[in-house]
Structures are given as C-alpha cells and as structure tokens.
Ligand binder design. Structure first.
Ligand code: IFM
Length: 882
C-alpha cells in the first residue's frame, strides 16, 4: 500500500505553472492520506514552498519539500513550516524513517509526476483491496464454528472508544457478536458480580439475500471464505464465495474499521454479486438497510432499546440497566452497480457513536446529538475520506510503536498483533474509561479494570504515545474520591484503589462466585489485594520519568503519589522493635490469601512512600503556587512526609542477604515445597492439579510475584538478586494467570537467559492465538499484549528508565537477527536498531542515553552507533564520524 510519494519535481516541476494534472493528483493523494515529499534542489525549494499551487492541499496526507546538500525538509502548512535540517542519506531514507517506519515494500514510491500514482489511487474501489502480507496481516481461511469465538476476539476493530468483535456480518449460530462502548456499563441491582459492559447494537449486521432468500455461511460449503485483519490499516476484510442451491455463486466482500482519527465514527463497506448460470443470471443480491440492524434484547442488562428514523439516517438507542445510554446514528448509502462479474449490490455504512455513562466520565445527558454530529462529519468526508484519515492516524501510531524482529516471523506476527490490540484498546481523548482486562474485545471480566492496565499496558503507551498514558492515569485521578472512600471504609487514610473498577471507580470485585457444583466461593481480592494502589503510583512515576511531563506531575501525579503513600503509611503496623508490617493481604500470587508481609506489596509500598516524599520536595521547585494549593487542600505538612520516610525505613521486605532471596511472604519458605514444574506441563491451574485445600499450604505460585519486583524495580532488585529469585520462583510457578509468561520472558531476557526467555515469549505470544488458556473467545488478554511488548523492549531491548537518562542494553536471542523499535524519551523519538554486533540509535532531538553498562552521555539529534564488546557494548560514536 503506497503511503508516501516522492515527487522529483526537477523532472516535471510544480514551480510556476504546475501542470494541472499534477496538482490535482497531489490533492488527490493528500485526500487519500498519502504523504507527498516534493524533492527539489535547494534553489528551487523556496519557490516550491511559496507556490500558491502547493497550498490547495488539505490532507489528511501531509506535504513536504525536501532539498539536498545539506538536506533539509519543510512541512508545508505543518507545525513550524521553516526548513529543518535532517540526518538521512536521501529522501527515501528520510521518508521511511520519519513517516512510515517499517511499512510494506511499496510504502514509499518515487515518481516524476504524481499523476502516475494519483490515477491509480484517486478512484479506489468501494471495498479497498485486501492486502496479503504476512508481516502485517492475520488471516483465517474457511470457517470453523468451534474457533469462531476466538476469531471474533482476535478480529475486533477498536479505537479505545468502541470495540466491535470480528463477527460475520450475518452472524450465525456460532457467533457472539459484540459491540462495546468504553465506559458504558450496565448495572443490575442486586447482581453481586458488579457492572458489566453494556451490549451495543450489532451495527455491522447485514442480512445477505438473493431474491429474498437468506444466504448463510455453512461450514461445509464455504468453498472460499477468508478473513484478513490488516494490522497496519486496522481494517478487517472478508471475501466469501459460495455456491447457491439454485445454482450460480454468491460472492461477497466487505471491509470494516473503527476510525482512529475520529473515535466516534465506524464504517463498513460491503459488496455482493451473484455469478449466475441460467437459473440465477438475473438474481439480485440484496443487503438490507440499517433499519434492520438487530438491537440487543431487552433483559437484565438492557432496559430499553429502540430504532427510530431521523431524516436520512437511523438512530439506535440502547438504554443499559442502571442509566448508561449509547446512541448509534447509522446511514447506509446503497447502490446497485455493475460489478466485474454481474450486477452487484453495494452498501457503504457510516456510523456515529455517542455515549452517556452512568455518571462521571466525560459525557452525560443525551448521547444522540453527539452521534448525529459524528455521522454528519463522517458523511461529509465519505467512506473513502474517513478511511484515509483512519489509515493516516494508524500510520503515525505504527511509526511511533512498531517493533520489527528480523529472522523470526512468529515473533513478528505476535508483536504486531499485540501492538494492534494495544493501540485499539485505549482512548487518548477521554478519561471516562480505562482499559479492561480484555479491552473491548469480549465480555471477559465484564470489562473491569485491574492492575493489568497500570503495570502491563501503560508502559507501552508511556514509551510510544504519552497522551494515551496520560488519559489512562487521568482516569485514576478522576476516580481518586472513590479510592479515598474505599480506604476510609476500611479504616485507612489516603487512597486505596479498587481491585476491579468500571466507569465510576467504585470497587466492583464480586464478593463471591458460584461454582459448578452449586457452592459459592468467597472472593477476597476486592478486600485484600491492595498492591494496586502502589501499582498506580508506580505507573504515575514511570510516566513522569519517561515523558518529563511536569504539568501532569503538578496537576495530577503528585496527588496520586501522595494519596497512595498516605494509604500505605496508615496500612502498616509498627512492632515493638520498630519494624513495620503489612498484614492480611493478597499479593500477585492469588493462591495464597490473607498473608503477611508479601514482599511484592511491601517493597512497592516502601518505594511508593519514598517516591511520594521525593515528589513533595520536587513539585515546589516546579510550581510553588500549585504545590502550596495542593498541600493546603490535602492538609499535608513536612511532619507527615517525614513520617513516610520512617515507615519506609522500617518496612519488612522478607529479603535475606545471605541467600539473596525474598521470601514471598512471612512463612512461605515453611510451606510444603512442591514445584509446579514437577507436577504437570505448565501452564496449569493450581486448584485443578494440586487441589483447592492443599494449594495454599504449598509453595506453588500462580504467577510472577517476587519476579514482578525484579521486573518493575530493577534499581532496587539488582541483577544478581533478580537471578537468584527467578531461579527459585520460576520452577514453583504454574502460570495459572495469563499475566505470568511475558514477565518471565522479560526478566529472563534481561539476564541473557535466552532459552527460558524465548520459551516464555512464545508461550505469551500464543496465549490468545493458540488459545492456551481456553478462554480466548472471551476477549484478548490485553495484559499479555502489553507484557509481550515489554518482553521485547525492556527484556531483549534492555531499555530501562532512570531519573536522568534512558539506559539501553540489548540482548538479542539466537534467531533474532535484528530488533528495531522506536521510543519516545522526554519528547525525543529514539529509533533503536540492534544486531548481534551493533546498536544504532537515531535521535530526532537531544537525549541523555546510557548504553550497555556505561555512563550516560548527552546525545544531540543524529545517528549513533555502539559496537558489541564481549558481553557489553562500547560507548556510542557518531554514525557519520570516522
Ligand atoms: O489482574 C489479573 C490477576 O492478576 C490474575 N487474575 C486475572 C486478573 C485480570 O487479568
């Protein structure tokens, strides 16, 4: 797919008197989201930039002028349109590095006249062509009812505001179609399982018919059925050809997406043809209109649902139990066209989405006007225009996030699948919702938000798209009152975040769950799993360290850190000997409940207390007035901050310097020492293999617990200690939680234990794609997606932030010939390219970077190289140097 056109205007120039065809093509390319780089000599560049003919270009594609020796680039009409010197060997190199990243082979093309490409692109087919590039697609051929739920989850198209499962347009028996709107939960009075993401209308529904007869996909007679998720364009394609009982062949193509450029817009294009023999030659395929979209049934979750016709569109309103409302404004443009193989029926469907969560959030009242306004925006752009803006938005996101692995196609596929779902999961423009454990890809965990978001998902956004990370932290800031209320209810100060939350930020963890044998099992996580407060604090600090967003620290971050520190100060108990303890908690390993001094909880609580104290000293230097106001509002004085230091110094952490081991909690080493690795092939569920009653008396661990510490606090848990604890706990861990394998991969990769790292990386990579946990149909495990990215970037890439610099110390596993990824460090984009022998960094601005175990160096914009020296790396040299 062409993404950038390099137009060498020296051959057919656009200067004074640009050819009309070229200008029209230029605008056409821009409208399709294609960037154009006009390549001019230095003397002509200024003239080109000033040519009025160049200013009629309205995007979403961008327009640049490249001039050589020394090379510089001007973005016409872009931010600061002055020429900017660039480091690149030529315009193509620059375009790949700055505009498309890895892209596809035909992403950048050079022409002497843009009309050459413009003619190809200005009238795209109504259903965009499917791409067939394994590096950028996930495809499923045929139709297997038993896997359909998994496929629906994998093929979700989402933009953080909405998520639509990849169900067939005509649904079918095996389908659990779902469309969710972030933050819109149904709440049924008396339902002890808490609120649940409310079902939306199946807006992508079509009811294909031939001469009034429904056409359905039947497993046996689907002679060609293929679905392709194009990860780069975030578009789901389908092609289906099937013999009809009356003779002839039904042929159908569709494409759908959730716009990333305008999160309130969804789109679907479908085209059906009947290729007839004599009996069906005149048959008319039909795709019924939006008025026939099924609404979710009125029942427990849905109080009312109605479809009304307003002007030229249909409005589908769903009133969820408890007060949340969604409105979908749907317009179909329908046409009968002459397809290549006979008369075709075509539908172009645009949808505007509005939402009003139960309360809180950023939308209230009637969501219908918002939906109608979104539909009007989409209609004026048209499907092709909406798609162009969407592709453009995704291209920018991939440019800032793509991880490229050379030599390992499976790892590449898994990483791009993970990044696709991460970007699809979160909304940078709103704090009305956060990312649920299965994002918006299925009903798993009812859409509830766990620590998965802060510890597993947020790091990806912190390093690749800070506005999204900030929005997710803003959700925690918005819900501080509920976290304070939970702490107060339990007799503590500060903020105790709910173990599970939904739209309002209240604790929504179920109190119990019903077991198949009719008994009920108490769920204690909502009462005892308190580490989530420190997890939120950790993510807050990570965000500030990596972005340097002082305004966030002053307006939100400091309050989050102070209130969570206050919680820990009140949560500890002081012994007569002056040591502090945290009792009756559940750590990440949920097989052991009600434990005392869980190492993970205590070490993070200590870190939280100390970091909050540091922030109390730092923020006054950033904005004294804002700090005075905050300290006044929170009634915070120096004595309280001093008290945090005392508690932190006294906190027991279970660490034994003799063995280098952290005891997971007090008494853990005295439990029956059976090892998960000796019991059954992992992963397994501890309750099933060990037995519910015995499990808590053993050292079998559900998921990374002490090992999490090594991952999250590498400055506290040094490499030798990390290795000792990994070696102790890894064989005892059964990975009964999907969160575990990727973290083991990251920790093993960081110490250079490549076999273990790759085993766990592959386990995490196949968790959803091979359905290792048996529940992929309920939605993709978004924490695993974030964990995979962390395993690649923090593990194999060896990236680690510190207060003043970013350290990069890669360890490539055998089989990975190259590993490349972009990072955003304090506003500077750093492209990291690793091979066995070299580490190359391209910076688009200044940054303080440490390589290997060396000291930090101040680097400026440019390209730098370090070379492998034994186990480590040399200092960096200027790549352009001798
Ligand atoms: O947050 C996790 C928890 O750590 C283990 N059980 C599943 C939750 C949601 O993914």
């Amino acid at each position: 797919m062409i993404e950038v056109v390099l137009w060498d205007c020296e051959q057919a120039g656009p200067g004074a008197g640009a050819a009309t065809a070229s200008l029209a093509a230029l605008k056409g390319l821009g409208a399709l989201g294609v960037d154009v780089v006009v390549v001019a000599t230095a003397d002509r560049a200024a003239g080109v930039a000033a040519d009025p003919a160049m200013t009629g270009h309205a995007g979403p594609g961008r327009l640049f002028v490249w001039s050589g020796r020394p090379p510089q680039v001007t973005e016409l009409g872009g931010p600061g349109s002055a020429p900017r010197p660039v480091v690149a060997t030529g315009p193509e190199d620059w375009a790949r590095r700055h505009l498309v990243g890895a892209g596809g082979p035909d992403a950048v093309v050079s022409v002497t006249d843009p009309a050459q490409v413009g003619l190809l692109l200005t009238s795209p087919p109504s259903v965009p062509p499917m791409v067939d590039d394994r590096a950028w697609t996930l495809s499923v051929d045929g139709f297997d009812q038993s896997r359909e739920g998994d496929v629906e989850a994998w093929f979700t198209v989402g933009n953080g505001r909405t998520g639509t499962r990849g169900s067939l347009e005509e649904a079918g028996a095996a389908s659990s179609a779902g469309c969710y709107v972030a933050g819109v939960f149904a709440s049924v009075a008396g339902d002890k399982s808490g609120p649940e993401l409310a079902p939306g209308p199946a807006w992508m529904h079509l009811d294909p018919r031939v001469d009034g007869e429904a056409v359905g996909l039947r497993p046996g007679d689907a002679n060609r059925h293929r679905r392709v998720l194009d990860l780069r364009q975030a578009t789901l394609y389908r092609e289906w050809r099937q013999p009809l009982s009356a003779g002839g062949t039904w042929s159908f193509r569709s494409a759908r997406f959730a716009s990333l450029a305008d999160r309130e817009v969804l789109a679907l294009v479908a085209e059906a043809t009947v290729e007839g023999d004599s009996a069906t030659a005149t048959a008319t395929p039909a795709i019924p209109l939006a008025g026939e979209i099924p609404l979710p049934p009125v029942g427990d979750l849905v109080a009312a649902a109605e479809a009304t016709r307003v002007d030229d569109h249909t409005v589908l309103a769903v009133h969820a139990a408890g007060g949340a409302v969604t409105s979908f404004a749907v317009a179909d443009r329908r046409a009968s066209v002459d397809g290549d193989d006979g008369p075709a029926s075509r539908v172009e469907r645009l949808v505007g989405v509005g939402r009003a969560p139960r309360d809180g959030g950023d939308a209230a009242g009637d969501p219908a006007p918002g939906a109608a306004a979104a539909l009007a925006r989409a209609t004026s752009a048209g499907v092709a225009g909406v798609h162009a803006h969407h592709r453009r938005a995704w291209r920018d996101r991939w440019r800032g996030a793509d991880v490229v692995v050379g030599g390992d196609g499976d790892a590449q596929e898994a990483l791009r699948f993970a990044i696709y779902h991460l970007i699809s999961a979160a909304d940078a423009d709103s704090d009305a919702a956060s990312v649920g454990a299965r994002a918006l890809t299925g009903p798993g965990y009812r859409g509830h938000v766990f620590w998965d978001t802060e510890v597993f998902v947020l790091p990806f956004f912190i390093w690749t798209h800070p506005p999204t990370a900030r929005a997710l932290l803003a959700y925690r800031h918005r819900t501080l009152p509920q976290a304070r209320a939970k702490a107060a209810r339990m007799g503590y100060a500060g903020a105790l975040y709910p173990w599970e939350s939904a739209d309002t930020g209240e604790e929504v963890t179920p109190a119990s769950i019903d077991l198949p044998d009719g008994t009920s099992l108490a769920v204690l996580t909502g009462i005892q799993e308190h580490h989530i407060s420190a997890d939120v604090a950790w993510a807050t600090w990570q965000y500030w360290q990596v972005t340097g967003d002082d305004e966030f620290l002053v307006t939100m971050g400091a309050e989050l850190l102070v209130e969570t520190a206050r919680f820990w100060a009140s949560r500890t108990r002081r012994d007569d000997d002056g040591r502090h303890h945290i009792e009756s908690v559940i750590g990440p390993d949920e097989y052991h409940e009600e434990v005392d001094d869980n190492a993970y909880t205590n070490v993070l609580a200590r870190w939280n207390l100390r970091t909050a104290a540091e922030v109390c000293a730092l923020v006054p230097t950033l904005d004294a007035d804002a700090w005075a106001a905050l300290a006044g509002r929170l009634d915070l004085g120096p004595a309280e901050v001093q008290g945090w230091e005392t508690v932190a110094d006294g906190l027991i952490d279970g660490y034994d310097p003799g063995t280098l081991l952290y005891e997971q909690f007090r008494g853990f080493f005295g439990l029956e020492d059976i090892r998960a690795v000796d019991l059954a092939p992992r992963p397994f569920t501890g309750e099933m293999i060990v037995g519910v009653d015995r499990l808590r008396h053993t050292q079998v661990v559900k998921q990374a617990d002490v090992v999490m510490l090594a991952h999250m606090l590498p400055d506290t848990v040094d490499p030798e200690v990390a290795a000792a604890n990994y070696d102790y706990y890894e064989p005892r861990t059964c990975h009964g939680s999907s969160l575990s394998p990727a973290i083991h991969a990251a920790v093993a990769a960081r110490r250079g234990a490549h076999d273990q790292a790759m085993t766990y990386f592959r386990a995490a990579a196949s968790l959803d794609l091979r359905d290792h946990m048996g529940n992929a149909a309920k939605g993709v495990h978004i924490a695993t997606m974030g964990g995979l990215w962390q395993a690649a970037v923090f593990g194999f890439g060896g990236v680690q932030p510190s207060r003043h610099s970013v350290r990069i110390d890669p360890h490539l596993p055998p089989g990975w010939e190259t590993l490349s990824f972009p990072l955003r460090w304090r506003g500077t984009l750093i492209d990291v390219e690793v091979t066995a022998a070299t580490l190359v960094l391209h910076l688009d601005g200044p940054a303080t970077v440490a390589v290997g175990s060396g000291p930090a160096a101040q680097l400026r914009e440019g390209s730098f190289v370090a070379r492998r020296r034994g186990d480590g790396w040399s200092a960096v040299d200027d790549l352009a140097g001798p």
